[in-house]
Design a protein around this ligand. Structure first.
Ligand code: AMP
Ligand code: TRP
Length: 326
């Protein structure tokens, strides 16, 4: 029994780091699922601002990226009347539990994390925050008895870690934590960037979801095209351009046009038009919130209160189970 839950719905929790502007990979891979599932689940959606610290942003960057991500969430269609939207840093239980869970994890285990290995491979100086990132993420998830965690494929291992860590805790102190499952939609698990690699802020190959028309156009124009003759038959699914285009227009008609040799110039123009039409209502919704900062602040206060209620109740039970309270 969840002591503070008034809902019989299953729980969903997820979050995005406020590190630069979100792109269509974030949207189709993760954010769209938050929106699509907000009625079916009791949803908790975070701004993962503590996780963003691993990249040592400046104060201004963090403030800016946080505010933008919150507006992006609303613009994309998250309804503050339906979900609990909060900033991770507003809920101290996340870091408190993270310390407790760190005792169930060995360095060797953390060294196997893809994100850590990638950072090491790039010969980056890896800070301890990056190293212990999966522990904080496990805390985020298990504090809320989350049933599902919608994410892109790159986060799959982190959810596995959350499950492992929760299980170890449960084995030692009793069944306190629910074991979460990742929710990954195969068709969008890794959205390609404009260069065909995974779309990622760090590769400079993104199409920003809330970019200006000019930014969207520039990104689309940079998608490489091959030397196919206009009338040459080709499987559209092999083309980066179509792999991105079908996210916005999955009609058989479009696919047939590509298959018949739709010229790249025309295809790119059409893609720009389709993206802009797709984001138009989102931009409008985002603007509504942008123009009402008081409302946004109120939503965040409400979200923080609700998230703290749930998280603190769980943390209290953890303290009791471990022997920290008596
Ligand atoms: P991040 O920006 O790393 O906080 O990512 C936020 C969410 O977007 C995570 O669930 C990622 O797995 C997801 N994501 C990021 N890039 C992509 C991509 N290219 N394709 C699919 N999902 C993605
Ligand atoms: N690590 C996730 C990412 O980079 C963000 C995140 C932090 C998250 N805590 C989470 C996602 C909890 C899901 C659940 O995208």
């Amino acid at each position: 029994m969840l002591s503070t839950s008034a809902s019989s719905k299953k729980r969903l929790l997820s979050g995005i780091k406020p590190t630069g502007r979100i792109h269509i990979g974030n949207y189709f891979g993760a954010l769209k699922q938050f929106v699509d599932l907000q009625d079916k689940y009791e949803a908790f959606v975070m701004v993962a601002n503590l996780h963003a610290l691993t990249g040592l942003p400046t104060k201004e960057e963090l403030i800016d990226d946080t505010r933008n991500l919150i507006l992006d969430y609303f613009g994309a269609g998250l309804d503050p009347e339906k979900i609990t939207l909060f900033k991770q840093s507003d809920v101290p239980a996340h870091t408190a539990l993270s310390w407790i869970l760190s005792n169930f994890v060995t360095p060797a285990y953390l060294e196997r994390a893809h994100a850590f290995k990638d950072a090491e491979a790039k010969k980056k100086e890896v800070n301890v925050g990056t190293f212990t990132y999966p522990i904080l993420m496990a805390s985020d998830i298990v504090l809320y008895d989350s049933d599902v965690v919608p994410v892109g494929k790159d986060q799959k291992q982190h959810i596995e870690y959350a499950r492992d860590i929760a299980l170890k805790f449960n084995n030692q102190y009793g069944e306190l934590f629910k074991l979460p499952s990742e929710l990954i939609i195969e068709s969008v698990e890794t959205v390609p960037g404009t260069d065909g690699q995974k779309m990622s802020k760090s590769y400079g190959n993104t199409i920003p979801l809330f970019g200006t028309d000019a930014e969207i156009t520039k990104a689309v124009m940079s998608i490489p095209t091959d030397s196919r003759a206009p009338d040459e038959e080709k499987n559209p699914d092999d083309l980066i351009l179509y792999q991105i285009h079908k996210l916005f227009n999955s009609s058989a008609e479009l696919k047939a046009r590509y298959a018949k040799g739709l010229g790249y110039g025309d295809a790119k123009k059409l893609l720009v038009t389709d993206i802009i039409a797709f984001v138009a209502p989102m931009r409008e919704r985002r603007k509504k919130y942008e123009d009402d900062p008081t409302l946004v602040d109120e939503i965040l206060v409400r979200g923080a209160m609700r998230a703290n209620d749930v998280a603190m109740a769980k943390l209290r039970r953890v303290y009791e189970a471990i022997g920290l309270t008596s």
